[in-house]
Write a protein of this length. Structure first.
Length: 275
């Protein structure tokens, strides 16, 4: 009697499990097809809007050179695996509440934060690259212009990384100790260097930096003045050539009646008027 009851219970459990398992496979198959289609769509759309170009300009593309994914492929792969995880979550939900479904729900809830964090890093890298070019061009006449531009680029990228880590929820556990360690290291180096045996070398170094800055500013000003003088000379020479050029006349229509009129040259520069 017990053997028959056990057999009936086992058969009933198998009969109850088989439809759930079939539904599990169907949901998983549909989710896989949707994930594959979305992967192709996201890759094509990001390539069309120039996402890869923006990443390369931001400097993140160099980090992906050794990877088999480019920037668009990486985002598309994240979307693909996110949809697969969602499909797995729905598929395991067929069997009722279970630890696997809870784990998948936690991972699926975290994935959008990861995507936003990646976008933040890409945007921060692009902004940092633009600022480096602008500052480097503006301070190109100074010897330390490229150094200032590089420091600004690193600072903006660091802010983007901190914001990305904050987005995925690990900023307080990772960035705070790192920042404290960096600040403590810099403070220790400054204290030991300034208060120890490097007072005289630092004094000479500061004098050298200040003298270099004093030399750079007049050079930059003289370059600007030379540029202005060259531009004024070009305008003056153009104004002097205009009266000597023959006036062109048209042979048809209104141009024939107005062709004999002399063309009025543009007004001369201010310095030539005064002379």
């Amino acid at each position: 009697m017990d053997l028959t009851q056990s057999w009936n219970d086992a058969v009933g459990a198998i009969i109850t499990f088989l439809p759930k398992f079939a539904l599990f496979l169907v949901i998983l198959l549909i989710g896989w097809l949707i994930a594959k289609a979305l992967r192709k769509i996201v890759d094509v759309v990001l390539s069309r809007v120039g996402f890869d170009h923006a990443v390369e300009r931001g400097g993140v593309g160099r980090a992906l050179e050794q990877s088999r994914y480019d920037a668009s492929g990486l985002i598309a792969a994240l979307v693909y695996y996110a949809v697969l995880l969602i499909a797995l979550q729905f598929a395991f939900g067929v069997f009722g509440p279970n630890p696997v479904s809870d784990l998948l729900a936690a991972i699926v809830g975290w994935l959008p934060r990861a995507v936003v964090a990646i976008v933040i890093v890409v945007i921060a890298a692009a902004i940092a690259n633009v600022l480096r070019d602008l500052v480097g061009s503006a301070l190109s006449a100074l010897s330390y212009g490229q150094l200032v531009a590089k420091v600004i680029q690193i600072f903006v990228i660091a802010l983007g990384v901190i914001a990305a880590l904050n987005q995925i929820g690990v900023a307080t556990t990772v960035t705070t100790p790192v920042l404290i360690a960096v600040l403590a290291t810099v403070g220790g180096v400054v204290v030991v260097g300034m208060g120890g045996g490097m007072i005289r070398p630092m004094q000479r170094r500061w004098e050298r930096w200040l003298s270099r800055a004093e030399d750079d500013f007049p050079n930059a000003r003289s370059r600007d003045e030379a540029y202005e003088r060259g531009r004024e000379d070009a305008q003056r020479s153009q104004w002097e050539r205009l009266p000597n050029e023959p006036t062109s006349s048209s042979t048809t229509g209104v141009g024939s009646s107005l062709g004999d009129r002399p063309q009025t040259p543009p007004p001369p520069p201010d310095d030539l008027r005064r002379s």
